[in-house]
Design a protein around this ligand. Structure first.
Ligand SMILES: Cc1cc2nc3c(=O)[nH]c(=O)nc-3n(C[C@H](O)[C@H](O)[C@H](O)COP(=O)(O)OP(=O)(O)OC[C@H]3O[C@@H](n4cnc5c(N)ncnc54)[C@H](O)[C@@H]3O)c2cc1C
Length: 423
């Protein structure tokens, strides 16, 4: 097996999380190589997501009201959640831990922690934008969550207090206020209980951002190696350090070993399988979601603001003349097929909400696997192997958290190496 030149840091995975990590590492002066099996950056889960950079979605799925809600959803064919039980202990382990995370105290703690990460990340995104001048169809006019059910709306207003205590401004709107803020919702007025606008929230095309940031990282000296599949991580005899990564070149079928001082795993839902042989168990399971991208035909009838439909758990974001609609969660393992019934369900709801926005029959459908943890909190930081770092498990909020968590990991690596160089 060929052995290749050594970088300071090898980042595994060129999604939005891996690319952001590589970017910050390069800015800290590190020699960085990024490896991904796909032919470019941001082509997997970061490709066609909901586009929301959303502190307002900090509250995890696992909450006190969630188990009953999930039970009611399981009875319906068109619910946002689909669960196919499998003979897979990981799926059951995930579900058991998810139930524990629904406990009110856990939910509160997780919400606050997510809020802090999301706020930190929004600030880092602003810093990147100011320095690099990236264009990614970004909007910064807040996100509007609208509610069709009064009880859901009232419960959300209560969560508002937690957000306010953490310095997040929200506006509460009645039905008229919702339509005034986003006139494209006029077609469903009469069926709205109210809405909340989270003022600092943003949106943007995560794939366009990832590609642009990868270009800037390349200019800073980062080497991107695409079409290379990571097939294993090797450690020393005492499993104290990673010594190399086994890589398969997908074009030639040849294997090689890549080495570095530090290794960052940013492989999303595929992280656990590669870490398990090192004795690292991550409770991370794929939560499949769908999106539709519609060519906008009537700009006034398509929302200009990023929007969340809380009943259907669907998000909308406008990228110029395209409207993205995304949502649903399916615990169906690594199956990423486009299930026509689920695509039709999303199409039907989107069409009923914004009937004149575009031709939904010509929309581009996509499915991705969110790397979901039961608490929704990602794995960020060092493992018990002293040069192995994690930046994975960002679930529903990877686009929101990537700029900040990339910086957290890059700073931590730089600090540890500086400290060790001094002692
Ligand atoms: C329908 C949907 C809607 C969403 N909406 C939003 C939203 O509105 N806002 C938000 O913040 N988040 C949203 N998300 C979540 C967000 O998209 C993810 O959390 C984020 O993309 C994860 O980024 P990542 O870099 O960890 O993973 P990825 O983008 O999947 O990157 C991981 C990379 O690892 C590579 N890889 C995996 N295994 C190997 C291997 N063995 N060898 C080499 N390379 C490998 C893959 O090719 C991939 O490029 C949504 C997700 C979905 C599915």
């Amino acid at each position: 097996m060929a052995r290749e030149s050594k970088s300071d840091v090898l980042v595994l995975g060129a999604g939005v999380v891996g690319v952001a990590t590589a970017y910050w590492l390069a800015r800290a002066g590190k020699a960085v190589t990024v490896i991904d099996r796909l032919p470019g950056p941001g082509l997997d889960t970061s490709f066609a997501n909901g586009g929301q950079v959303a502190v307002s979605h900090a509250e995890p799925w696992a909450g006190p009201r969630a188990p009953l809600k999930v039970l009611s959803w399981l009875m319906k064919g068109d619910s946002p959640l689909l669960f196919r039980p499998r003979l897979d202990p990981r799926q059951w382990w995930w579900l058991a831990q998810w139930l524990i995370e629904c406990w009110p105290a856990r939910n509160r703690r997780n919400t606050v922690e997510m809020l802090r990460l999301a706020l930190h990340s929004q600030a880092r995104l602003a810093e990147i934008r100011a320095r690099e001048g990236l264009e990614y169809h970004g909007t910064r006019r807040g996100i509007l969550n609208f509610y069709r059910d009064r009880s859901e709306f009232e419960a959300a207003c209560a969560v508002n207090q937690v957000l306010e205590q953490n310095g997040i401004g929200r506006e509460i709107l009645d039905e008229a206020g919702v339509v005034e803020r986003e006139p494209a919702l006029a077609d469903i007025s009469g069926g709205l209980a109210g809405g909340l606008v989270t003022l600092g929230d943003e949106s943007g095309d995560a794939h366009v951002f990832t590609r642009a940031l990868a270009e800037r990282a390349t200019a800073l000296g980062v080497e991107f190696r695409y079409g290379q599949e990571v097939v294993g991580l090797e450690s020393d005899a005492g499993a104290r350090r990673v010594t190399s990564v086994r890589v398969k070149d997908l074009a030639s079928g040849r294997y090689s070993a890549a080495t570095a001082g530090d290794y960052v795993v940013a492989l999303a839902a595929y992280s656990p399988a590669l870490l398990q042989p090192l004795g690292i168990w991550l409770n991370l399971y794929p939560a499949k979601g769908y999106s539709l991208t519609v060519q906008v035909e009537d700009p006034v009838a398509a929302p200009a603001m990023p929007i969340t439909d809380e009943r259907h758990k669907l998000v909308y974001a406008r990228f110029g003349d395209r409207l993205r609609c995304a949502g649903t969660a399916e615990l169906v393992g690594f199956d990423r097929d486009l299930d026509a019934r689920r695509v039709d369900m999303v199409k039907r709801i989107a069409r009923a909400t914004f009937p004149r926005a575009g031709d939904y029959d010509r929309a581009q459908a996509w499915a991705g696997l969110r790397p979901a943890t039961p608490s929704n909190l990602p794995y960020v930081g060092r493992t018990r192997l002293e040069n192995l770092w994690l930046n994975t498990g960002h679930g529903t909020l990877g686009w929101t958290l990537a700029p900040g968590n990339g910086k957290l990991v890059a700073d931590a690596i730089a600090e540890v190496r500086e400290f060790l160089a001094r002692v």
